[in-house]
Design a protein around this ligand. Structure first.
Ligand code: HEC
Length: 235
């Protein structure tokens, strides 16, 4: 019996070494024998491989003209002062301003703005306190370097500033999405001393307090937000 066992070992060893040797090929560009080649080479075209089926011969193609990434909202205003003013006149907060919106705006403000502008927007954030940064003007009683009072900045002007920044203030467009920006805008307005609760679409063009909730037809709102809203209106 022992002899069969030995023969088995010898044959097994020969088979393994045969596999190992034949796996190598004289041709350096040939992979030789591969165990389960699909594990190494996918049947589909790799992202950056050549591709005979496409017009320019590559698998990765440019997105169709005009396509935008999922979840991204294009901002159709440039960085210039004229565009800032145009945004200031034309843009209105599409969100319904409830206690919840303001609480979320406050939270975002504390993450992104507080360290410079200060908790109450007085221009005394922590890095200003540390003497590392010149104080931004107070939202309530400072002057904008673009002219006028900070307290008079419209929501579109604040939004534009978040997107592009201004001088020492960096652009925040890549960190804060459209909805978050509007929540912050509403909160900054409270620091300007404005009462924005329930005041959706209250831009300079439509500052008409007799209008009842004009945003209803524009933006679908969550049911519970509507409830909060109607509670607010009832007192
Ligand atoms: C790195 C510090 C810094 C951060 C962070 C910062 N700001 Fe500013 N911000 C400034 C400074 C400085 C100015 C004054 C710029 C000037 O007038 O030259 C300013 C100005 C502004 C203005 C006035 C724009 C105008 O037209 O005069 C607004 C509004 C504003 N910031 C909002 C925000 C909001 C909202 C955030 C958070 C999303 C934020 N800032 C984050 C430093 C900062």
């Amino acid at each position: 019996m022992k002899i069969y066992k030995n023969i088995g070992i010898v044959l097994g060893a020969a088979w393994v070494s045969g596999m190992v040797l034949s796996a190598c090929s004289q041709d350096k560009n040939h992979p030789g024998y591969e165990y389960m080649p699909n594990m190494y080479r996918s049947a589909s075209y790799e992202t950056y491989s050549e591709n005979p089926n496409t017009a320019n011969g590559t698998s990765a193609m440019k997105p169709a003209e005009g396509s935008i990434p999922r979840g991204y909202s294009p901002f159709e205003y440039g960085p210039s002062n004229e565009e800032y003013m145009r945004a200031g006149e034309e843009l209105n907060n599409p969100l319904e301003i409830t206690e919840k919106t303001l609480a979320e705006g406050k939270e975002l403000y504390e993450i992104f703005c507080d360290h410079c502008h200060g908790a109450k927007g007085a221009g005394d954030g922590q890095i200003v306190d540390n003497g590392l940064f010149p104080p931004p003007p107070s939202y309530a009683d400072g002057n904008s370097s673009r002219g006028g009072m900070m307290a008079d900045l419209s929501e579109g002007e604040i939004y534009h500033t978040i997107v592009y920044g201004l001088n020492m203030m960096g652009a925040h467009a890549s960190q804060i999405n459209d909805e978050e920006r509007w929540k912050i805008v509403a909160y900054v307005q409270t620091l300007q001393g404005k009462d924005v609760l329930g005041n959706a679409m209250s831009g300079p063009a439509e500052a008409d307090s007799t209008q009842t909730n004009p945003v209803q037809n524009v933006e679908p709102v969550e049911a519970n937000e509507t409830e909060v809203q109607s509670n607010e209106e009832s007192h």
